[in-house]
Design a protein. Sequence first.
Length: 292
Amino acid sequence: MAAIEVSGLSKHYGDVRANDDLTFTVRKGEIFGYLGPNGAGKTTTIRSLLGFQSPTEGTATVLGHDVRDEDELIEAKAEIGYLPGDPGLDEQVTGREYLDYQASLKGDERRGELLELFDPPLDRKIREYSRGNKQMVGIVQAFMHDPDLVIMDEPTSGLDPLKQEAFNEFLRGERERGKTVFFSSHVLGEVRRVCDRVGIIREGKLVTLEDIDALLRRGGKRVRVHTRSDADLAGLDGEGIVDREAFDDGVQFTFTGDYNALVSLLAQYDIVDLEIEEPPLEDVFMHFYGAD
Ligand SMILES: Nc1ncnc2c1ncn2[C@@H]1O[C@H](COP(=O)(O)OP(=O)(O)OP(=O)(O)O)[C@@H](O)[C@H]1O
């Protein structure tokens, strides 16, 4: 059984097709990144998965339970953690009071362990919290009952880079423990560091769904060639070379072709330095989102 099974899921708000015939599966034990720019429809999918709204068409199951069936979903929720995009916490209570309340609803066997990693000032009122502190309380409540599946809407927003890395490390540990994580993001660098697979959504439709490695492979390599400054670089072009840009002592391009051909081509030049690296995921993303 898949952790999440989305079949033909659509959600329309009047003329806006926020989700349009989405079909995909999230496997048990994987970290799945749900990527898209602002307004692509990520939150809409997440709200449907949690049963906060009914799909216009199609459906989804979470841990085998149909999201359209309220009773089934209540049962499933004991095994699901959820972090909304806007944690919407009660501002009048302290962080500790909030977590105590959440614990009374669903348990908190991992609270202590989580608070060692994510450490908001528990005895202060939530209204005094920074965005990052609110996010940390949200993360603690999402995981503290040790659910099998955690669904999160832009979980790292507001976290500083050190906390983001701690969060990534924590997610990798959860995967080791066999847990499933589904989270949305528009920060491509972060899904690359932690996700097994990624689905890209644009204007309500799924543009692609693949292993993060395959996505990066398809995105090619970024090549930067430095030559003697008097070299004529006009011939340094050919099949598989895209986004070519010349600079003072060389040229930079994305290469998606055959590496033997690239080596033969480069061998014709007097090269003083050569850099070949993974392209930023943002560039890969542009291949899907670029000129339309
Ligand atoms: N309750 C609503 N009523 C009308 N339109 C809505 C409603 N909720 C979302 N939309 C519209 O649906 C589309 C998808 O919105 P959604 O919030 O799902 O995007 P998102 O990918 O989560 O964006 P972001 O990254 O900005 O949070 C947008 O055009 C949005 O304006």
